[in-house]
Design a protein around this ligand. Structure first.
Ligand SMILES: NC(=O)c1ccc[n+]([C@@H]2O[C@H](COP(=O)([O-])OP(=O)(O)OC[C@H]3O[C@@H](n4cnc5c(N)ncnc54)[C@H](OP(=O)(O)O)[C@@H]3O)[C@@H](O)[C@H]2O)c1
Length: 284
């Protein structure tokens, strides 16, 4: 009974301390699989901005979860993800799971660039995460009692990142997912007004949604000290992605996992119970 080499090689999880990566690391660790976190604070560090960190992070790895930061729509992202995938293959890492963004032409270009390397690839093309309301910049909106965004009344089928993490783990460990493109959404599309209502009900606090123009939103972000390139990116996102084209739900979670996606109401109830929505806004 020899040890199979693949059983001891770690799986690299880029963004392994972030919203999706942290959950993937937890799940792989629970399965007893060795994991290497790929982020600036990890050892060895991995930094998208510093290519000298890529090879040490990939050394001796058998598969990698590729989550680009801050977003595949940022200039340079397509080239960087392509170069990373090429280096991964050259380092002997064939199996990749790529986090992509739904309705973003630049993200689709990154998918193609990574696919062209010949990697054993699974693409997780996801809509907006529910956890943006609790683990990202929309948390401050919730805590201030008012979600002010340029999203009109366009519905979004928010995805729970716990579903995404479940799929990423399957993609990294089961050959059945090689070559698959999973277009991922939650089970219901909600307008931001409906999302605010469900979060407010679950958290037992006053919360409403106020649609604002792209210009007002950009001005308010700048006033809160958000860096210009991030203001530009968010403006692009609301203009290009939240325009109704991506309002429909898909069967991606069911295809990948054989079960329905988690519902927004369950996310809101469990997140409220964690206490994260109990405080008051930091920057408002
Ligand atoms: N948010 C959404 O709704 C959504 C939806 C679909 C797709 N996506 C995709 O998700 C990706 C970003 O995910 P996220 O918004 O959820 O962020 P996130 O994963 O929560 O981002 C934080 C993670 O990125 C790491 N990180 C930050 N800067 C880095 C750098 N320069 N080099 C390497 N690692 C870095 C952080 O660790 P350190 O600080 O230690 O470096 C941390 O692990 C993007 O590619 C985006 O297109 C997001």
């Amino acid at each position: 009974m020899g040890t199979r080499p693949n059983e001891i090689k770690p799986i690299l999880v880029l963004g392994g301390t972030g919203k999706t990566g942290r959950r993937i690391v937890e799940r792989l660790t629970e399965r007893g699989l060795p994991v290497r976190v790929g982020s600036r604070s990890a050892r060895p560090p991995f930094d998208w901005e510093d290519r000298s960190t890529w090879a040490p992070a990939l050394e001796g790895v058998r598969a990698a979860y590729v989550s680009y930061y801050p977003d595949l729509a940022i200039p340079g992202a397509v080239e960087a993800t392509h170069a990373f995938a090429e280096l991964a293959l050259a380092s002997g890492v064939k199996r990749l799971a790529l986090l992509s963004g739904r309705g973003e032409p630049e993200a689709e270009r990154a998918e193609e660039a990574v696919r062209d390397t010949g990697a054993e690839l699974t693409i997780l093309r996801s809509t907006w995460f529910m956890q943006n309301f609790s683990e990202d910049y929309m948390l401050d909106h919730v805590l201030s009692g008012e979600i002010r965004l340029p999203a009109g009344d366009v519905p979004t089928p928010f995805l729970d990142v716990d579903d995404l993490a479940d799929i990423a783990v399957e993609a990294l460990t089961d050959d059945r997912h090689i070559g698959q493109l999973y277009e991922l959404t939650g089970r219901r599309s909600l307008t931001f007004a409906q999302a605010a209502e469900e979060i407010g009900d679950a958290a037992g606090r006053e919360l409403h949604y106020t649609p604002v123009s792209l210009e007002v939103h950009a001005k308010e972000l700048t006033e809160h000290g958000v860096p210009p390139e991030f203001v530009e990116f968010l403006t692009y996102l609301f203009k290009e992605v939240v325009d109704g084209r991506n309002a429909d739900t898909t069967d991606g979670v069911r295809r990948a996992l054989g079960r329905e996606p988690r519902d927004f109401r369950d996310y809101a109830r469990e997140t409220a119970a964690s206490g994260v929505w109990n405080g008051s806004a930091v920057s408002a």
